[in-house]
Design a binder for this molecule. Structure first.
Ligand code: GRF
Length: 207
């Protein structure tokens, strides 16, 4: 059984897609053992509680500095002892010590086709604003393993989404979530749970 810990910051639609996929048997051999948010008002926490999943908030606001927050986050994660950590709209820089403690065991969903429109400042709606400003005709979403960089780890799954002439950042974000994020994040977890994913020289291989 793959024990999965999900980290969230906002509405939790990606978390919801994962929970629903586990319940529907689309993600096999997996248990979501907890949800952690840095934002006590994140609706994602409410979604987890409704499913009876342990949901807690570890907020930087409750710590004197970033280092003690990072230590508390890592201690809490280690206590849960997950096999896989899923960043689903988690807007916190992952501490290097956490990446060292869970090498190739942290994945992230990013709302663009990496390496386009990613890195510092590219999160949430900002991604889609940049996509529309550049005038690209195709965008999408990426699931990647988390390394010490920002959105730079090995790419596991991607899915393309058409940019429409009359798109606004909001309409584009919604389509990318519906047509890409909510499909490839559950798929990625299922592939890992079935032991079908390996990483060789920074490249992901899927059996
Ligand atoms: C989504 O755009 C997702 O791509 C990004 O965070 C936003 C909110 O996600 N990572 P969620 O609804 O909280 O899952």
């Amino acid at each position: 059984m793959l024990k999965v810990l999900v980290c969230v910051s906002g509405g939790g639609t990606n978390l919801q897609a994962v929970m629903d996929a586990v319940d529907a048997g689309e993600i096999k051999n997996t248990e979501i053992i907890g949800v952690i948010s840095n934002n006590k008002n994140a609706f994602a926490l409410e979604r987890a509680r409704k499913k009876g999943i342990d949901a807690l908030c570890i907020s930087p606001k409750d710590f004197p500095d970033r280092e003690t927050f990072n230590q508390a986050l890592l201690e809490t994660v280690k206590e849960k002892n997950p096999d896989l950590i899923v960043l689903a709209g988690f807007l916190v820089a992952i501490p290097p010590a956490m990446i060292e403690a869970f090498p190739n065991r942290i994945i992230n969903i990013h709302p663009s086709l990496i390496p386009s429109f990613c890195g510092v400042g590219y999160y949430g709606l900002h991604v889609h604003e940049a996509v529309l400003a550049r005038g690209v005709k195709v965008t999408g979403a990426t699931v990647h393993f988390v390394d010490s960089g920002m959105d730079t780890g090995p790419i596991l799954l991607q899915k393309a989404v058409e940019v429409k002439q009359d798109d606004t950042p909001k309409t584009l974000q919604q389509r990318v979530m519906e047509e890409a994020e909510w499909k490839i994040l559950p798929k990625a977890i299922d592939l890992i749970a079935q032991g079908k994913v390996t990483i060789t020289e920074g490249k992901v291989n899927i059996q």
